[in-house]
Design a protein around this ligand. Structure first.
Ligand code: NAD
Ligand code: IPM
Ligand code: MN
Length: 351
């Protein structure tokens, strides 16, 4: 098979982790006889600073026929975050109808959790995050700007179709995993959107009688992800809650540098996008020390989405092997001193 992957390295450590990992992906593809071309798009904040836009006007059209998208990170200290993110990352998720965001959190062998008493293999859950609406809906505005009576309104939007789509994806995942689904809401305070969400859970669960459903409020869930992360299997949450919970998931399983994600278009009408959960990390940009593992695993998820399961497995296994091997390089975020390149070399040796 042959594939074309629109590749957007983006900002900060994005280009560092993407450029380092592309040769690894090419090597894995070659070993599996997969013909894959990574077409680079130099879109991002540098472009914004020079040309006034994060991507060209027809940017989305240029990449809509690609088989998948690989993205590094977006965000620059010199440009407001809402400008950069609304100029590149968020339009891709929304315009390409990537309604399902899938984010696994795995405590790998050889990785130390900041939580006492946890060892590799103890924690393994996946968050299904609604990805195109909810609290991220582009509905609202500011009035009377600059006056004492200035007002800002930001409305959340929950559609039945969007809510059902994320719930069904999560139920299906639970069926394939341990059959346990945790729905995370704030229904005690948000009596419209979140009670609607709960109602849709009650309807949809009829179709998945073998899945055990637990419902948690997001405040308690944040606590429980730290107190008892081993008990979670599949978690489903709204856009904002899923965003927050997946940073918790990343850190309790070791580091932001390990957490991959997939933004999935369920119908296949548009490409899906794969990217690390982390951002552009300006605090370590340019030092060559960003952990590329989250990008490698995002690539593994990308190959899986393409149906290239052997290539995907090869990447997952390389990561598992390197992290478990005490003599293998360890990056600074996991307590070592290996560079981005040294990590990728270690993965390359094992594929
Ligand atoms: P961040 O994820 O960039 O960084 C948080 C912390 O994690 C930092 O200490 C950073 O050094 C560390 N970290 C992140 N990735 C790492 C890696 N691969 N290896 C080692 N350490 C890593 O979050 P932030 O600092 O809140 O955001 C920085 C910028 O990125 C902001 O502009 C933000 O809007 C943007 N952002 C973008 C995305 C995205 O593109 N998907 C995601 C999150 C944040
Ligand atoms: C993420 C990021 C983005 C989000 C930001 C940068 C808009 O935090 O992918 O987790 O909130 O979705
Ligand atoms: Mn986030």
């Amino acid at each position: 098979m042959s594939y074309e992957i629109a590749t957007i390295p983006g900002d900060g450590i994005g280009p560092e982790v993407v450029e380092a990992t592309l040769p690894l992906f090419e090597r894995v593809a070659e070993a599996q006889n997969i013909d894959v071309e990574f077409t680079r798009y130099g879109w991002g904040s540098e472009r914004y600073l020079e040309e006034g836009a994060m991507m060209p006007d027809d940017g989305l059209e240029r990449i809509e026929d690609s088989d998948a998208i690989l993205l590094g990170a977006v965000g620059h200290p010199d440009v407001p975050d809402h400008v950069t993110l609304h100029g590149l990352l968020l339009p891709i998720r929304k315009q390409f109808n990537q309604q399902v965001c899938k984010r696994p959190s795995i405590l790998f062998e050889g990785v130390e959790s900041p939580l006492r008493g946890y060892e590799g293999g103890d924690v393994e859950f996946v968050v299904y995050r609604e990805n195109t609406e909810g609290e991220y809906a582009d509905v609202g505005g500011r009035e009377h700007v600059g006056f004492d009576h200035e007002v800002a309104v930001q409305s959340a939007v929950f559609t039945r179709q969007g809510t059902e789509a994320i719930l069904r994806a999560a139920f299906e995942a639970a069926q394939e995993r341990e059959g346990h689904l945790t729905s995370i809401t704030k229904s005690n305070a948000q009596a419209y959107s979140m009670v609607f969400w709960d109602d849709v859970v009650e309807e949809v669960r009829e179709d998945y009688p073998d899945v055990e459903v637990e419902s948690l409020l997001v405040d308690a869930a944040s606590m429980d992800l730290i107190r008892r992360p081993e008990e979670f299997d599949v978690i489903v949450a709204s856009n904002l809650f899923g965003d927050v919970l997946t940073d918790i998931g990343a850190i309790v399983t070791g580091s932001m540098g390990l957490a991959p994600s997939g933004n999935i278009n369920r119908s296949g009408t548009y490409p899906s996008m794969f990217e690390p959960v982390h951002g552009s990390a300006p605090d370590i940009t340019g030092q060559g020390v960003a952990n590329p593992t989250a990008t490698v695993l995002s690539g593994a998820m990308l190959f899986e989405e393409l149906g290239e399961n052997q290539a995907s497995e090869a990447l997952w296994n390389a990561v598992r092997d390197v992290l478990a091997d005490e003599s293998a390089p360890t990056p600074p975020d996991l307590g070592g001193s290996a560079s981005t390149e040294e990590m990728v070399e270690a993965f390359e040796e094992r594929v």
